[in-house]
Ligand binder design. Structure first.
Ligand SMILES: Cc1cc2nc3c(=O)[nH]c(=O)nc-3n(C[C@H](O)[C@H](O)[C@H](O)COP(=O)(O)O)c2cc1C
Length: 184
């Protein structure tokens, strides 16, 4: 059990009739240059054939506000429901891929599949990241940087959803030199 993880909303399809959303926890970054991600999907999912046919998908990060949509899209199938309408989610045009982005998500990562590995009950879609769209609402005007913390990311831990906890350090803090206080 490798937890905690994000639970992401993966959008797929190349026409509005085909557009679907699947909640995925088996996901992650697998290379930074070239930027690559993966998702692992069971062949029985409605989204599986859509992704296999189009060889494209979008990973949309989720937030506390999107908790209900994240769970619902992971409990209901696009073969029976229009998840966009049921959950009040808005498909937006992606820059590079035909699959739609989810406008309500703070970050949408457009992916093109490079390899499908039939591992077992899950098949892994390895993909190259071809574009990333971030919601301007979370751009910090002071630093000019994107502030994902402000979007309140959703965390998935062994069957339960959580908010992020208290910050306890930053990358490299354990090896940082301590600055001495100047004597007066
Ligand atoms: C939190 C969460 C994480 C999930 N992670 C995965 C996953 O990594 N791979 C997968 O195939 N299904 C996963 N599922 C199940 C699918 O999202 C679910 O079967 C969904 O209804 C499939 O939708 P579809 O039939 O419209 O494609 C997850 C569900 C939830 C709630």
């Amino acid at each position: 059990m490798v937890y905690p993880l994000p639970a992401v909303l993966v959008s797929c399809g190349s026409t509005p009739e085909e557009y679907n959303i699947i909640t995925i926890a088996w996901t992650g970054t697998i290379s930074s240059d070239p930027p690559m991600c993966y998702i692992s999907v069971r062949p029985g999912r409605h989204s599986y054939e859509i992704i296999k046919r189009n060889l494209e998908f979008v990973i949309n990060l989720t937030t506390e506000k999107l908790a209900k949509q994240t769970d619902w899209c992971g409990c209901r199938s696009g073969s029976k429901y229009n998840k966009w309408e049921e959950m009040g989610l808005t498909p937006g045009e992606a820059k590079v891929v035909k699959a739609p982005i989810i406008m309500e998500a703070p970050v949408s990562i457009e992916c093109k599949v490079t390899k499908i590995i039939e591992l077992g009950v899950h098949h892994m879609f390895m993909a190259e990241v071809v574009n990333i769209r971030v919601d301007d609402e979370y751009m910090n005007p002071k630093t000019g940087k994107f502030d994902l913390d402000a979007a309140h990311p959703l965390v998935y831990n062994h069957g339960n959803y959580y908010q992020l906890g208290k910050k306890i350090g930053k990358f490299g803090f354990s090896v940082e030199k301590k600055t001495r206080k100047k004597k007066k």
